[in-house]
Design a protein around this ligand. Structure first.
Ligand code: NAP
Length: 250
């Protein structure tokens, strides 16, 4: 991929000589017009994805949030598993004035579309996310979903019913809707399946300077073998490390 916009680090996200929000935007480029799937996750020093409250916010930091927001700014879709939505109660995804003209010039919708994957369709329909986001959220499910829950989902979301909700079918459906710039914000189950299908092009990983007790991490069955990425840059702030890894060959 292009080296344009690449920064070398560690570089500061906090303090007087910190990177600006636009520096951060350039540090997380979306290469080309085609598919690019980036995984955005925070982990603790002992590998936990959540804190004692079972939420990722308690192991995050203001510096981590800067990266989280920077990566979203030019994304077409924010892809999450149902477990993450049930736990994290996403707020509405709204267009931001600072991004309007850049997104319009690039032919993008005014704001990213939240896309949720769920077999059960047991989702928190009471959230303002569904009706107060700039773009209507998408829900992916399977043809064998419960009829009553399918009807409920149709009332709240742009429902995409797939024969099989394989990672490839999900990503292909997003591309078909002209949403090829995809940031997968978790959780660990969905991320594992995307990696296993070789669909993660980039992993933007924050390492928080805390231990949480690994027993608190969501449990996922292992991949058949480890999948290697290479380090593109490292940033730091609030004693937190934020790393950008690229998949082999990207
Ligand atoms: N540290 C971080 O950066 C981070 C990021 C995100 C989440 N989290 C935390 O991780 C926890 C959730 O983890 P998780 O791994 O259980 O959640 P997840 O991957 O977000 O969700 C798993 C659920 O997503 C649905 N799903 C995933 N792939 C599917 C597929 N191919 N077809 C159909 N449905 C599919 C299923 O939902 P149904 O059960 O509805 O069928 C499944 O039970 C939460 O505590 C959250 O706070 C941490």
């Amino acid at each position: 991929m292009s080296e344009a916009g690449r920064v070398h680090g560690p570089l500061p996200l906090t303090g007087a000589d910190r990177l600006t929000e636009d520096d951060l935007l350039r540090a997380y480029p979306w290469p080309g017009p085609g598919r690019w799937v980036r995984a955005m996750m925070v982990t603790t020093l002992d590998g936990a994805a959540v804190g004692p409250d079972r939420l990722s916010g308690s192991v995050s930091s203001p510096a981590d949030q800067l990266i989280f927001n920077a990566v979203r700014r030019d994304a077409d879709a924010v892809l999450i598993g149902a477990g993450t939505l049930r736990a994290e109660h996403y707020t509405p995804m709204r267009a931001k004035p600072a991004d309007a003209s850049r997104r319009e010039t690039a032919g993008q919708l005014p704001a990213p579309v939240v896309a949720v994957v769920s077999g059960s369709l047991d989702l928190p329909w009471e959230l303002p996310l569904w009706h107060e986001s700039t773009c209507q959220p998408v829900v992916f499910t399977r043809t064998d979903a419960d009829a009553g829950r399918l009807a409920m989902a149709r009332e709240h979301a742009d429902l995409i019913v797939l024969e099989q909700t394989t990672p490839k079918a999900i990503i292909d459906a997003l591309i078909k809707r002209k949403l090829p710039r995809i940031v997968c914000e978790g959780g660990p189950h969905l991320l594992r399946d995307l990696v296993a299908a070789d669909l993660v092009d980039e992993a933007d990983i924050t390492v928080s300077p805390v231990f949480a007790g690994t027993a608190l991490s969501p449990d996922t069955s292992a991949l058949p073998q480890v999948t290697e990425f290479r380090l593109a840059h490292a940033l730091y702030g609030d004693d937190t490390m934020m790393m950008r890894y690229l998949a082999q060959g990207r």
